[in-house]
Ligand binder design. Structure first.
Ligand SMILES: Cc1cc2nc3c(=O)[nH]c(=O)nc-3n(C[C@H](O)[C@H](O)[C@H](O)COP(=O)(O)OP(=O)(O)OC[C@H]3O[C@@H](n4cnc5c(N)ncnc54)[C@H](O)[C@@H]3O)c2cc1C
Length: 457
């Protein structure tokens, strides 16, 4: 037979791609396959911003493969059925796949293994394709995963990472395996106006620029909302157009405190993946319950709508929510503030916010999104689950001049300096003329409600 199938999922690249390299071993022919999995669509994960980014990624992957003599084969339907069908058409004896962590991915892998084995084919699953350190590679003595980041990071940082692999020179695809047409951005509705472009070439360009001129200042500037001085590599990590192993190596080569702080964030990504891998239910259920009786989307309808649309009356919260709608992406400090505001100040169920973020974020990711939401709600891995961020104090600290707010909230564009963070303090006609809403909640009332709910009053 001498033919392998490489099933691409969240690893849409040719550089540092262990499944592709293993499949090509011994000059085998390879079918590079992507399946538009109907189950992912049915579960509501096919958000327009991610579909648009995915379309870019698939075109780019196809172009990279064609440059090497190959091409991408696209199918849609039930993933297991389609992989088995393609393997049969190509007379392949093995399928290579990157390991992944969600319950969906774990079940998919198991179903695929059984179906392929029933046909006499083998499934090879490769670790460290979508993470730098594999989930489960480091564990505490008494558990199957780390529940606290700091001890995890201590062990994570000591792991010897494999060397990054170069892109293959040649990819030979067997004849006679048909493909559907690749999807395109055209025809998609609801895509954010300022959405970034996807694809490996774009990711590598962004990475190069980041290493040259962004990473050195990362430690000092990562929380500067207006400075926008983070890497913006998250969608590339989500779709796997960049390899986390390669990123850690290249950041370490760059060296310095900025690179160290950046590598620590990549470890946070692995941390959440090892939590989800061991506890897949944490995508929907409290990881550590605080016995909350949250306000639901229905009972807090008006507050939730104001939060979603960026008209809570708290300028920094509104700026961040509007950035999300405009770009399909939000600064990390904005994510912390808006999630804290929804769960603690408005006391709304974290799942309401997580669902809304997943509907818009181009990097929307089950592990990172759900577990960061749980962190902010105090039901996750935060060792101080009842801490509450004050949006005004945070705004003054991380947007000291108010430039971030003025960028995203045009009603407030004429208010100079940090006064923009407290429009309710502006006098009389000034405030009315702005057309900016009153706060939906008084911060101290929100705090009292939260403390009472958590039995801390
Ligand atoms: C409520 C909430 C929801 C979030 N949802 C997502 C999500 O769906 N997808 C997602 O990728 N990130 C999510 N994050 C984490 C973080 O906000 C983003 O990864 C980051 O803002 C992306 O921007 P960047 O690439 O410029 O990050 P940088 O600051 O440049 O960091 C580099 C990379 O490290 C990883 N990283 C950074 N911060 C975290 C973190 N707190 N947890 C895990 N990994 C991190 C990301 O992969 C990121 O691309 C969420 C955070 C919060 C508070």
């Amino acid at each position: 037979m001498n033919v392998s199938v490489v099933l691409f999922t969240a690893d849409l690249r040719v550089h540092d791609h262990p499944p592709l390299r293993a499949a090509l071993d011994g000059s085998r022919r390879v079918v590079p396959l992507f399946v538009r999995d109907r189950a992912v669509d049915a579960a509501g994960f096919a958000a327009p911003n991610r579909l648009a980014f995915l379309a870019d990624c698939l075109h780019d992957l196809d172009a990279e493969l064609r440059r090497r003599g190959g091409r991408l084969v696209l199918r849609s339907g039930d993933l297991v059925t389609e992989v088995c069908r393609v393997a049969a058409e190509a007379d392949a004896d093995e399928v290579h796949l990157a390991a992944d962590v969600s319950r969906h991915a774990q079940r998919r892998e198991e179903r695929l293994r059984r179906a392929l084995e029933a046909d006499g084919r083998r499934l090879h699953v490769h670790e460290t394709v979508t993470t730098a350190v594999a989930p489960g590679a480091v564990t505490p003595s008494a558990s199957d995963h780390f529940a606290v980041f700091t001890p995890y990071f201590r062990q994570w940082a000591q792991q010897q990472l494999r060397d990054p692999l170069g892109a293959p020179r040649t990819v030979r695809v067997p004849d006679g395996v048909g493909s559907e047409e690749l999807p395109s951005r055209a025809g998609l509705t609801g895509v954010a106006e300022g959405l970034a472009r996807g694809g490996e070439a774009e990711g590598r360009k962004r990475l190069g620029a980041w290493l040259r001129s962004g990473i050195a200042a990362y430690e000092d500037r990562h929380d500067d909302l207006a400075g926008d001085a983070t890497s913006r590599l998250s969608p590339h990590l989500h779709f796997g157009t960049l390899s986390p192993v390669e990123l850690v190596h290249r950041a370490r080569e760059a060296g310095g405190p900025g690179a160290e702080a950046f590598v620590r964030q990549l470890a946070w990504r692995d941390f959440h993946r090892q939590v989800l891998s061991a506890r897949p239910a944490a995508a929907a259920d409290d990881y550590r319950t605080q016995h909350d009786r949250w306000r639901s989307e229905r009972s807090a309808h008006e507050d939730v709508e104001a939060w979603k649309e960026g008209r809570t009356g708290y300028p920094v919260v509104d700026a961040a929510m509007r950035q999300l709608l405009h770009e399909g992406w939000m600064h990390n400090r904005g994510r912390l503030l808006t999630a804290g505001f929804l769960t603690k100040t408005l006391y709304v169920d974290w799942r309401v916010g997580a669902r809304y973020f997943l509907a818009h974020l181009v990097d929307g990711d089950v592990a990172n999104n759900q577990l960061n939401w749980q962190w902010m709600a105090g039901t996750g891995t935060d060792t101080r689950p009842n801490r509450v961020l004050n949006p005004v104090a945070q705004a003054k600290r991380h947007d000291p001049d108010g430039a971030y707010v003025r960028r995203w909230v045009p009603e407030l564009a004429a208010v100079e300096g940090p006064a923009v963070h407290e429009p309710w303090k502006l006098r009389g006609p000034d405030l009315e003329a702005l057309g900016y809403p009153e706060p939906v909640v008084d911060l101290s009332e929100g705090l009292t409600r939260f403390k009472r709910a958590r039995g801390r009053d």
